[in-house]
Write a new protein. Structure first.
Length: 356
């Protein structure tokens, strides 16, 4: 449905926001562009929308280039971070606005009929006579989404649409967006910096950094099968534990632990192990707490997070975390024995490329 080919964007000041992006978004799917501020995700969205022109490369919808098409001719709907509602108009007037302007302008009755359908779909029909300043943030968000959908766009673009909502409302609205997109079947591109948001609603996630897509995959693979150290660090909460280790040809050695290479599965090694220094990655749930664990640590603090608890401790001179069942009591200062789940650890080269 959407095909970005060698897409590059360099601004007038010389800043290269995108570096030869290739991305294919399938029809009817919901894809999230995820990454830290300044990574290029909003630039991609604006290029797809036609609000920016690429420096080089191409953008195709259904195999046809749209680079030279005006935004109004691209058959897209867009929801902005600040909703961009007209304060002097009622909810109904805001939703019908796209149908009442331009060359395909409809009558009031025709526009209202279509708008009411989408207002019912987004659960704002009862609010049709209210002005935006009388609505909650979640209600304003629904108005913006309904307005984007009334023209039956082939593509829906959402630019950090939930960032202005409180945490509980974000959970509710993101579920509504996923349900709505699945029901309508519109191809959707969703920009966010919130990994939980991206992983929970997407068919696929494009994780970006410094104008480059680091990994484009299903959410599960970004967490369980990261292609490099950046992905492993960005995805996951609590963040992955990482340690510098040396390899002597047989053993990966840290100051406080060592791992024999013979204990690891040869088929899982992606690159030759011929350097001296590596980075070991262990997610907090892949430290195993047991009485006979070979690594003894002292709990610095205990953080209760609902069904599980995070134990904070120091290992290899670095702050570290392990996730345990909240039913098991732990206290600060307690000595705990841990081991490493060798089935679920990662090894990276010093440049961040994944070895194991």
């Amino acid at each position: 449905m959407i095909n970005l080919k060698k897409l590059q964007k360099v601004y007038d000041n010389g800043y290269e926001a995108l570096k030869s992006i290739d991305l294919v978004i399938e029809e009817g799917s919901l894809v999230c562009l995820l990454g830290p501020s300044g990574c290029g995700k909003t630039t991609i969205l604006n290029l797809i929308a036609g609000l920016l022109d690429p420096t080089s490369g191409d953008i195709l919808f259904d195999g046809k280039s749209v680079v030279n098409l005006h935004p109004k001719d691209r058959n897209i709907g867009m929801v902005f971070q600040n909703y961009a509602l007209y304060p002097h108009m009622s909810v109904l007037e805001n939703v019908t606005f796209p149908l009442r302007v331009g060359k395909n302008k409809m009558s009031v009755d025709e526009a209202n009929k279509i708008a009411e359908e989408f207002m019912k779909l987004t659960d704002i029909y009862e609010l049709k006579d209210k002005k935006p300043n009388a609505l909650s943030g979640g209600q304003q968000q629904r108005v913006a989404i309904a307005r984007a959908l009334v023209q039956s766009p082939k593509i829906l673009l959402l630019d950090e649409p939930l960032s202005n909502l409180d945490a509980r409302l974000r959970l509710k609205i993101r579920e509504e967006i996923r349900t709505l997109v699945n029901k309508i079947g519109v191809t959707t591109v969703f920009v966010t910096h919130d990994q939980e948001e991206a992983l929970s609603i997407s068919n696929k996630v494009a994780l970006m950094d410094q104008g480059v897509i680091q990994q484009y995959d299903i959410p599960q693979n970004l967490y369980l099968n990261p292609v490099n150290l950046f992905v492993a660090k960005f995805i996951g909460n609590p963040i992955i534990n990482t340690y510098q280790v040396e390899f002597d040809g047989k053993t990966f050695k840290g100051k406080d632990f060592s791992i024999e290479k013979s204990y690891l599965k040869d088929e899982l090694f992606r690159l030759p192990v011929n350097s001296k220094e590596y980075i070991l990655g262990i997610r907090p749930e892949h430290f195993l707490v047991s009485k006979d664990g070979p690594i003894e640590v002292i709990v610095d603090s205990v953080e209760m997070i609902g069904r599980y608890t995070i134990l904070h401790f120091n290992l290899e001179g670095k702050p570290s975390r392990v996730v345990v069942d909240s039913k098991i009591p732990f206290v600060s200062g307690q000595k705990v024995n841990i081991s490493i789940d060798l089935e679920n650890m990662y090894i990276f080269n010093s440049d961040g490329s994944r070895v194991y």
